[in-house]
Design a protein around this ligand. Structure first.
Ligand code: ZN
Length: 118
């Protein structure tokens, strides 16, 4: 029910008032780009959640945002992923990272179950 005269492409913000009233994008390309970036946000959220749950992983907040940190117990090094880095990764790369962390979490949960750690 919006009588908003501003009718812009959700992706690039170009005026699309000449398009159908329910149009959201100026082009198929913009629709795809928008969906991909939404998907990316979801993937990053998923990754943040995994870093919250995994031991030796954490989410660190700075005044510029946050980064994900992993403490490598064996090599005694920390690895950091800044938000800008995560955003510049492809969705496929993010998925790969998520899969790896999911396996780690599954392994942790299994170890907790077997050895009754908590
Ligand atoms: Zn557009």
């Amino acid at each position: 029910m919006s009588n908003n005269s501003e009718h812009c492409c959700l992706s690039c913000g170009v005026d699309i008032s000449n398009k159908r009233i329910d149009a959201k994008y100026c082009s198929g390309r913009c629709r795809m780009r928008y969906c991909r970036s939404r998907k990316k946000d979801q993937l990053i959220e998923e990754l943040v959640e995994l870093f919250r749950q995994l031991p030796n992983h954490s989410v660190q907040f700075t005044d510029k945002g946050f980064y994900l940190e992993e403490w490598d117990v064996i090599n005694r090094t920390t690895q950091k992923w800044y938000l800008s880095e995560l955003k510049s990764m492809s969705n496929q790369q993010l998925n790969g990272l998520i899969e790896g962390k999911k396996w780690r979490l599954a392994g942790e949960n299994l170890a907790n179950l077997l050895f009754n750690r908590s």
